[in-house]
Each structure stands twice: as structure tokens, then as C-alpha cells.
Design a protein around this ligand. Structure first.
Ligand code: ATP
Length: 182
């Protein structure tokens, strides 16, 4: 286990599953820093331009990782909000939460955001095919990947409470480990 005092947690999932809603609530409750990768990509120009068809930035992953490393993300204390997860080094990450949503609900949420039809359909397919869950399971140890439902508003609160309990346990384990090492 790494010797961080605070964990790093990825909240991932198909666009529209509720990552931002979860991350904001979790950051407010725990004091961990909310790291919106979308924002970093935009603000720190970690991209190779704008994809007009998909209406999204073409991410330069090397630049992005350099920017995160400069900020000391590897030292812990971050909630990482991003619709991909396999680019972050394994050694940086303590928990990966993959949010899942009923596809009818996802369709309504993406439609409300006026997503272009092609992007909407691809995201629906991605949720149906469990692409993000498979990506998380492929990139990280099985025991740190957790799948949570985000269908109803109440799910956000119960998921956040669950993650808060996980953080407390993680900190206890870290303190015990530290005491053994001293
Ligand atoms: N569990 C939920 N129940 C009902 N509505 C939700 C839930 N989670 C999120 N929403 C709503 O769905 C929309 C998308 O949520 P949010 O922006 O948090 O998703 P996201 O996964 O961060 O999307 P993106 O990847 O595009 O940033 C918002 O209008 C939000 O209020």
C-alpha cells in the first residue's frame, strides 16, 4: 500500500452517469480536492485541439499526466472526475468507482444536454457494453474497482456515504501500517 496520508479516488463512468454530482458532494463532505480532468485539459491546454463533431477536446494524455504530476496528484488527496481511467498510473490510485445508469435514464440526461446524435448513441452503446467497467477492471486490481448505481437522486447521497466510509477505513489502515513501520 502506498504511503499517502490521503487516498486518490477515481470516479468514472459514461458521460451523464453522475460523476460530477458525486465528486462535488464527496469533495464538500471530505475535504478531498475535486479534480475535474475536463477542466484541467481545457485550462492547461492538455489537448491537440477541439473535435467539432464530438464537441470535445482531443486529449494529449502525456501533457495531462505531466500537469497532474506537477500538481502533486500522486501524493494523494484527490477525487478524479473523468470518463476514462486507464491512463492514470496504478501506483497513484487507491479506489476506482465506476458509476452505472439505467440506459433509459442516461438517454434522457444526454438528450437534455443536446448531445449530437452520434455522440449520444456512442455513449449509450458504451454504457450498454460496460466499456468503462471493463477498462477499470483491466487497468487496476480487481479489489479496488467498485461498481455503483446512479439511477436516482437518492443514489448520489448513499454512494457518497459509502465512499466516505471507505475513506475512513483506508485512513485507519494507513495509520496502522504507519505504526507498524515506525
Ligand atoms: N443519480 C442520479 N439521479 C438522477 N439524476 C442524476 C443522477 N446523477 C446525475 N444526475 C443528473 O444527470 C445529469 C448529468 O450528471 P453529471 O454532470 O453529474 O454527470 P457526469 O457523469 O459528470 O457527466 P460528464 O461526464 O459529461 O461530465 C445532471 O443533470 C445531473 O443532475
Amino acid at each position: 500500500m502506498p504511503s499517502r496520508a490521503q487516498p486518490n479516488i477515481i470516479i468514472t463512468g459514461t458521460p451523464g452517469v453522475g460523476k460530477t454530482s458525486h465528486c462535488e458532494q464527496l469533495a464538500a463532505n471530505t475535504g478531498l480536492k475535486n479534480l475535474s480532468i475536463n477542466q484541467i485539459v481545457k485550462d492547461r491546454a492538455c489537448h491537440d485541439g477541439w473535435d467539432a463533431e464530438y464537441k470535445s477536446w482531443i486529449v494529449d494524455e502525456d501533457k495531462l499526466l505531466d500537469a497532474l504530476e506537477d500538481d502533486g496528484v500522486q501524493n494523494g488527496g484527490y477525487i478524479i472526475d473523468w470518463h476514462a481511467c486507464d491512463l492514470f498510473p496504478k501506483s497513484w490510485i487507491d479506489l476506482v468507482v465506476v458509476l452505472r445508469t439505467d440506459t433509459t435514464k442516461l438517454y434522457d440526461r444526454l438528450k437534455a444536454r443536446q448531445y449530437p446524435e452520434k455522440k449520444l448513441q456512442e455513449n449509450m452503446d458504451s454504457e450498454i457494453m460496460e466499456v468503462l467497467l471493463e477498462e477499470a477492471r483491466g487497468a487496476y486490481d480487481e479489489e479496488i474497482v467498485v461498481e455503483l448505481r446512479s439511477d436516482e437522486v437518492e443514489d448520489v447521497e448513499s454512494n457518497v456515504e459509502r465512499i466516505e466510509r471507505w475513506i475512513e477505513n483506508w485512513k485507519c489502515n494507513q495509520s496502522e501500517k504507519q505504526a507498524q513501520d515506525d
